[in-house]
Design a binder for this molecule. Structure first.
Ligand code: ADP
Length: 395
């Protein structure tokens, strides 16, 4: 049954209700009636009406004031006001409340059927337009999704092309050294140097495979890794201890500044260790002998803020936008012969994103670099604070 053909008359005068039923039924309408506003609302709540004819003067509520309540139940119901006391003010008020039409008693059968048919047609068009809008929105959503998937596919292809290139480069170098040795192009003294170069390139390959595996694991874990309270300051101190001798070889000054009573954040200790290792490892690698590396942790606006700052080679301004892309290596780092995989910062970004945090970089070529990350505190209260102290080490 087409609900559009279901009409409800809300009027306390039974002769009006009967008259409307007699007038509309021959035109295929199914007409029901209610003698009060409340009774009418109950029938609309039960559903199935396309159009309502409302009397203005009823004992419990004015038909005009009933319109918003009807539209709250079903915004598509067409409301036509019927009244014996038509004034311009009343008509304006009715339209403002959402009435579609205004019929003045007494009205002829033709006037009634014309108003009802126009109302039904208006409703059909407005439902059709809503359906079209929804279909257009869905088409736009699908087009956006298609673009997103195409971009993802492009990024995946580029990643595999770069990965293949990066994996092949050290192997090709090792192969040519071994060939030179096999074909006796090198003197016995040069053998030692060639073998040392092979070892360096093998280390590079191992590091690259390790980073690729970590990246793969991060992708598999998704945004929420093992959730446990983690004290970032403890992890930071452990990583500084591990990297102290590396920094000492370059005569770097390492400073660690940790605010007291820092609360724990949620996450995986292994991932946060990798975060500090990558940021501090880079700061040490890209700072020239005699420079300073500062790592700090503090609370700011209900977030834990971590920072790694160095007085190193910096990152060229025009290249900073690509810093967190796979296999990116800045030209000044490459020019100095400083080796790397270009994956460390991608790993760092995934770890921070996964923990719901943010990361940003400030850097000036030749002056130094500062990475700042923020991590949110767990939603629930009660994580025990630790008792950190500031330490300063000079390796
Ligand atoms: P990797 O260091 O292994 O090459 P990363 O993803 O960690 O890879 O870093 C990408 C690039 O960003 C580096 O090659 C280097 O050019 C630049 N970079 C990262 N950290 C620093 C830093 N602290 N100072 C200067 N350059 C940096």
């Amino acid at each position: 049954m087409n609900p559009q053909l279901n009409v409800l008359v809300i009027d306390d005068e039974s002769n009006i209700c009967e008259g409307i039923k007699r007038a509309l039924r021959p035109h295929g309408f199914i007409v029901d009636s209610a003698a009060s506003g409340q009774a009418g609302l109950q029938k609309i709540q039960a559903g199935g009406f396309g159009l309502v004819l409302l009397d203005v003067m009823m004992p419990d509520i004015s038909g005009i004031d009933l319109i918003p309540a009807i539209h709250q139940i079903d915004p598509d119901v067409i409301c036509i006001i019927i009244t014996g006391y038509a004034t311009v003010e009343l008509a304006i008020r009715a339209i403002k409340q959402g009435a579609y039409h205004f019929l003045t008693k007494p009205f002829s059968v033709d006037e009634l059927t014309l108003a009802v048919n126009q109302g039904i047609e208006h409703q059909r068009l407005s439902l059709e337009s809503k359906r079209l809008q929804a279909a257009e929105a869905e088409a736009r959503r699908l087009a956006d999704e298609k673009t997103r998937l195409e971009e993802l596919d492009k990024a995946k292809k580029l990643f595999f092309r770069l990965m293949t290139h990066e994996l092949q480069a050290p192997l090709a170098a090792i192969q040519s050294y071994l060939q030179l040795m096999q074909e006796e192009y090198l003197t016995p003294e040069q053998h030692k140097d060639a073998l040392q170069k092979c070892i360096v390139r093998l280390d590079e390959e191992k590091k690259l495979i390790g980073d690729l595996m970590e990246l793969g694991r991060l992708q598999a874990i998704g945004p929420v890794p093992e959730l446990a309270p983690v004290w970032l300051d403890e992890i930071l101190r452990g990583v500084v201890d591990e990297l102290t001798s590396q920094a000492g070889q370059k005569n770097l000054h390492i400073i660690v500044e940790i605010q007291e009573q820092l609360p724990a954040v949620n996450g995986s200790p292994k991932l946060f260790k990798s975060l500090w290792e990558n940021l501090l490892g880079n700061a040490i690698k890209y700072t020239l002998p005699g420079g300073t590396v500062t790592a700090s942790l503090r609370m700011e606006n209900d977030q834990v803020v971590g920072q790694v700052q160095d007085t190193g080679i910096g990152i060229p301004a025009e290249e900073q936008g690509r810093l967190f892309s796979e296999f990116f290596r800045a030209r000044n780092a490459k020019a100095l012969g400083l080796r790397g995989t270009g994956l460390g910062l991608v790993i760092v970004k995934r770890i921070v994103d996964g923990a719901g945090g943010t990361i940003r970089v400030e850097s000036e070529e030749g002056q130094g670099t500062r990475f700042t990350f923020t991590l949110p505190l767990p939603a629930s209260e009660g994580t025990p604070p630790v008792n950190p102290q500031s330490i300063e080490t000079q390796p």
